[in-house]
Write a protein that binds this ligand. Structure first.
Ligand code: SPQ
Length: 440
């Protein structure tokens, strides 16, 4: 099987203005809500990455007419909450945890059976965190013995609401249960241990569905209402912008502006953490677009220092830790992360895989059960990095290559297309000396 490798040379400088692709979390949800709404939903800025296309194809397979995507525009002809049709075969969720976990909530409420499958990475990720509370609601779902995909979801005779306290901070579990709650009798109430991304809650409200908020961590929905179609403008993904926020911070002489980035407060932990480390990030022209806060982010190179990362920021920066570890490797002094065991349950074990790569580049990086300790310093050598099917590992080590000590190779880098199609081209435009090579 052929493999895509990234080859990075050190020494770039990031300048100019760029716009990274659309937010992955919002793009997934736009397809789900648009499909289940009554009427036509127009989406712009949609992320045409493989993960969101897996969601889109699943709804097409269940009879929803979806035009596009073309240049980020998608038109969804909603079928209403009860209009989905049985698919002809299993629904392939690819590499995408969001697709599998949120869809399991929606599909538990359908009258027909479905099977959800995933790739090698997704098939290792824990699914009991959604199937157990869904079973409490009356869903019938089979996993493997290890609690992993494929998921066999039986048509439900009727879900009922539950009052559920999440054991971990997870927007996917929260969203899954709220979506199942649209099909349940009574009230479905979820409480999270710490605030996580709230795009599902915002979108429920945007589609006119009654949602009750009690404080910052408890949300409930009742079944039996309807979603009304709307227009969605997807902002640029702060999780994709994060690679450039770190890249411009660590590459001397950089001055880069990232346009139209979503700065939802449940996603901006990366800005807070980088600022605590001494980064120079300016939030310009803040505005609200389609219910989500958006701004341009100007970032200039600055000397970074190691910090103890406040645990309260962990869920608000959960996907940005791989590249934050690169920032820590380039900072003066020690960076300590705790309270982040969830990183071990992502597309790869992001604590171990990042530590292995940083150590290969000559950095003292020590994994702990729930985090990592990194001594900042200079990269001592170029290395050959294994990504373990994880897009964020591939992009993080591309950024590390800016300050590398020689040519640096990232193996199996094609997974960046799950969340960031066009990454190499945009990175080159910004000033990173990276090229993609295909090898047999
Ligand atoms: O979709 P997937 O594969 O789970 O993607 C990741 C990512 O890095 O892109 C996680 F690996 O993002 C998740 C994120 O970590 C997307 C997400 C969402 O859209 O609701 C929520 C977070 O996951 P979780 O498990 O903390 O709820």
């Amino acid at each position: 099987m052929s493999e895509t490798r990234f080859v990075v040379e050190p020494g770039g400088r990031l300048t100019g203005r760029i716009r990274v692709p659309g937010d992955k979390s919002i793009s997934h949800r736009s397809i789900m809500f648009g499909s289940l709404a009554d009427g036509v939903t127009e989406v712009s800025g949609f992320l045409e990455g493989e993960d969101c296309l897996a969601t889109l194809n699943a709804f097409r397979a269940m009879g929803v007419r979806i035009d596009g995507p073309a240049a980020g525009r998608v038109t969804i002809h909603g079928v209403g909450l009860h209009g989905l049709k049985p698919p002809a075969g299993p629904l392939d969720m690819g590499n995408s945890g969001t697709s599998m976990r949120l869809m399991s909530g929606i599909l538990s409420g359908q009258a027909f059976d479905t099977v959800l499958t995933g790739d090698a990475s997704l098939s290792k990720r824990p699914m009991k965190r959604v199937t157990a509370p869904l079973a409490q609601m009356g869903a019938r779902i089979e996993t493997t013995e290890r609690g992993t995909a494929p998921l066999h979801i039986r048509g439900a005779s009727g879900l009922h609401g539950i009052d559920y306290v999440l054991p971990m901070a997870s927007a996917q579990v929260k969203s899954c249960l709220l979506l199942a709650g649209l099909y349940a009798s009574g009230t479905t109430r979820v409480t999270e241990p710490a605030p996580t991304r709230d795009h599902t809650e915002r979108m429920l409200e945007g589609f006119g569905y009654p949602l009750v908020r009690e404080g910052e961590r408890t949300f409930s929905v009742g079944g039996g209402h309807r979603l009304g179609a709307t227009a969605i403008d997807v902002p640029a993904d702060i999780s994709s912008a994060a690679f450039f926020l770190v890249g411009a911070s660590i590459a001397p002489g950089s001055d880069l502006t990232l346009e139209h980035v979503g700065i939802n407060p449940t996603r901006t932990g990366v800005i807070d953490i980088l600022r605590l480390m001494g980064a120079d990030i300016e939030v310009q022209n803040p505005r609200t677009v389609g219910g989500e806060p958006v701004a341009d982010l100007r970032v200039r190179a600055a000397p970074l220092r190691g910090i103890r990362i406040p645990e309260a920021l962990v869920p608000l920066a959960i996907d940005e830790f791989p590249v934050l570890f690169v920032a820590a490797a380039c900072a003066a002094g020690e960076t300590v992360l705790t309270g982040a065991e969830e990183l071990r349950a992502k597309e790869s074990d992001r604590i171990q895989v990042m530590a292995d790569g940083l150590v290969a580049m000559g950095i003292d990086a020590r994994p702990t059960a729930d985090g990592i300790v990194i001594q900042g310093g200079a990269f001592a050598r170029g290395a050959e990095i294994a990504t373990h099917h994880d897009h964020r590992i591939a992009m993080s080590f591309t950024i590390a290559g800016l300050r590398g000590a020689g040519t640096h190779v990232i193996r199996d880098a094609g997974f960046v297309d799950t969340s960031f199609p066009g990454f190499v081209e945009l990175a080159r435009t910004a000033g990173i000396d990276v090229r993609a090579e295909r090898s047999a």
